[in-house]
Design a protein around this ligand. Structure first.
Ligand SMILES: Cc1ncc(COP(=O)(O)O)c(C=O)c1O
Length: 362
């Protein structure tokens, strides 16, 4: 078999090899059923076990309190940009958005269709290089909610701690760093994440929602777009993305086997450090996009001063077997996404490649 690629894709992204191999083994005959997981009825006992185990594992790994529901939805994180205001923001009502990148701007835009979102803080003027200081933020008790993006996949910044919003529900897009570190779920009203980075393949969107919010939601919402529809039916109101949920469950099992979130966090810190140190020790040959105290452990964004050299770097890196190092098409530059399943060896190999490229080109 060809060696596994050094996969630094931003999402869909690397999955743990052990999970892929287990899925491969079970692909045609899942646990003696004579069927693939994909061929099971979503109403069967065998599938229900897969579904409920995935929920239980996520609850346990993220220490999700009983007052929260875990939902498996479709439509990606992007549909959540609309579902949140559709359910919780009425015409004339305000919601505070902290915009730290393109994804939060997109979420803001959707909210404009329903009510009156406004910027509590934005890092736009600083080219989205930083996360606002908690001390700069103030909240208005009348607002329907506050929205933020915990990790900015495109610009490579990440919240280190989250603001306390008191009685105002805090809604967070955690698509690109969920399950990368422990979080205090009780700070949030709702957390959402597309699965295709740390959780599994694309197709499932995880929502963790406080039960009180289900009661408060707008009732004039199409059935499929109401959180309560899915909460009441254990996310089995309609056919869920069964294979994606099975894969999610296996990724969660893998995280448990790694030692849980503390161990994963430590590994993520070490992996990111390998690459950030290479950038910082390059005498400016490479320079990071994010300010140091806002750096993401998941998406490491950097540039080379000379654009032609940057093109050469990306071309040679590709040639050397590194995948996905191009920055997002909207900003250019380079980006290494070191999600949970990216092994430390891949980061070390990239670091060595960067050092060698610098030696040859300076
Ligand atoms: C932080 C963040 N939010 C939202 C999205 C959009 O997710 P989806 O493609 O699942 O709609 C992405 C995708 O990369 C993302 O990184």
């Amino acid at each position: 078999m060809k060696q596994r690629a050094y996969n630094f894709n931003a999402g869909p992204s690397a999955l743990p090899l052990a999970v892929l191999e287990k899925a491969q083994k079970e692909f045609v005959d899942f646990q003696g059923t004579g069927m693939s997981v994909m061929e099971l009825s979503h109403r069967s006992a065998a599938y229900e076990e897969v579904h409920n185990q995935a929920i239980a594992r996520l609850r346990s790994l993220l220490s999700i309190p009983d007052q929260y529901e875990v939902l498996f939805l479709q439509g990606g994180a992007s549909l959540q940009f609309s579902m949140i205001p559709m359910n919780f923001l009425n015409s004339g009502q305000k919601a505070g958005y902290i915009t730290t990148g393109s994804w939060s701007e997109k979420a803001f835009k959707e909210a404009e269709l329903f009510g009156e979102p406004y910027h509590i803080a934005s890092s736009k003027e600083n080219h989205y290089r930083d996360i606002p200081a908690l001390s700069e933020l103030s909240f208005n008790e009348q607002d329907a909610y506050v929205h933020l993006t915990s990790n900015n996949t495109i610009y490579g910044t990440q919240w280190k701690e989250f603001p306390s919003t008191g009685n105002i529900p805090l809604m967070a897009d955690m698509s690109s760093d969920i399950l990368s570190r422990p979080i205090d779920i009780s700070q949030f009203g709702l957390i959402y994440a597309g699965a295709q980075k740390n959780l599994g393949p694309a197709g499932v969107t995880v929502v963790i929602i406080h039960k009180d919010l289900l009661e408060k939601a707008n009732s004039e919402v199409p059935t499929m777009l109401k959180y309560s529809t899915h909460a009441k039916t254990n996310s089995l109101f309609h056919t869920p993305p069964t294979f994606g949920i099975y894969m999610l469950g296996e990724v969660l099992r893998w995280v448990e086997e790694q030692g849980g979130l503390e161990v994963i966090t430590q590994k993520n810190e070490e992996k990111a450090k390998v690459i950030y140190d290479t950038i910082d020790q390059s005498d400016g040959f490479y320079y990071g996009h994010a300010e140091k105290d806002s750096r993401s452990l998941m998406n490491i964004t950097f540039r080379l001063h000379n654009e032609n050299l940057e093109k050469k770097f990306l071309a040679e890196a590709k040639e050397a077997g590194f995948v996905g190092l191009n920055g997002h098409r909207s900003v250019g530059g380079c980006r290494a996404s070191a999600y949970n399943a990216v092994p430390r060896e891949a980061c070390e190999a990239l670091s060595e490649f960067m050092v060698e490229f610098q030696r040859k080109n300076s």
